[in-house]
Design a protein around this ligand. Sequence first.
Ligand code: GLY
Length: 355
Amino acid sequence: MMKFNWSTAASATSVLKCGGEADLREVRETLKEWEAPFLVLDSEVNSLWSEDLQPLIASSSGIYVMEAREVLKNTFTLSQIWDSMAAAGITRDTPVVVIGGGVVCDTGALAASTYLRGLRLILVPTTLLCMVDACLGGKTGVNLSGAKNQVGTFNPAEVVILCTAFLRTLPDREFRSGMAEVIKTALIGDRELGSMLQGHEEPGGEELLNVVTRCLAVKGRIVEEDLEDRGSRMILNMGHTVGHALESCSGFHLSHGEAVGLGMLAEAAMAVNMGGDRNLPQEIRSLLRNAGLPTETGPDIPLDELESLLTRDKKSLRSGRIWALPFGWCDCRLVCISSEEEKGILPGILRLLKV
Ligand code: GLY
């Protein structure tokens, strides 16, 4: 097993890599260090890996099994987790182990960071998206009144345990969704990873663990600088401004990763308008294709609606909105664009997604 540490002024996270294709024995062995934890467990993972998880469940203080659905990432589920923690009689020295993808990790981590004013937290991400992004950097949260992550804390996990064996049971579409975040991370901070992705089919085995670790190295550097997302961390939102609007506008038929991939294309085209690398949109298109992700929206996405969704985005201020635009490899810039300027630029950019 290998170990990495990322620290900020306020906290540190150890990332433990278990064997790439190993079964969960190594994860269970590692978790033995935290006696009788409270578990928050993804229901799908629970049924797919029930035999492997049984010893862990048997030795836990209590368990909350959560369905990984965005609509359940809310304050009701959060209070149900608190109630289960109370019913299990856990104390301030009970560690919380959360096993699941982004929805379960964000919700479970918020419960851990608030119950009894904060308990030790261990995350075991089970989706590619969560492994390469959500598990590191301390963001916890639930949605409120239909808006994403409106209630949350910054509470980095003490330990993240990476076990890519979980990805064997991940549906293909969810795996591809994670690949969009891998491409985003490569664009932001790892040119070599981009070249590796270009030359390969889907990464697997040890190579996959290497891809995950490289992504976490990039994210770790960014998070160390700006844990609380007040400045430079915002570059991690690259592709997400157009991406989130596309996701809603498609009625969530586009997955998060599919929408972010298209968002990266649109935002790279915006950067070209401002002097960015002209070859980048084509390179992104080819990386997306290689990963089996869409490079156009298809006829069902009403671009007019998309445009108005973007202009109504709650992150817009009167002075403009901060975009994280890829000007080139490892050259993502935060640019404030006024709503007047956006109105001039967006229609042309969004039309490019229809080609
Ligand atoms: N997923 C973006 C961030 O952690 O800031």
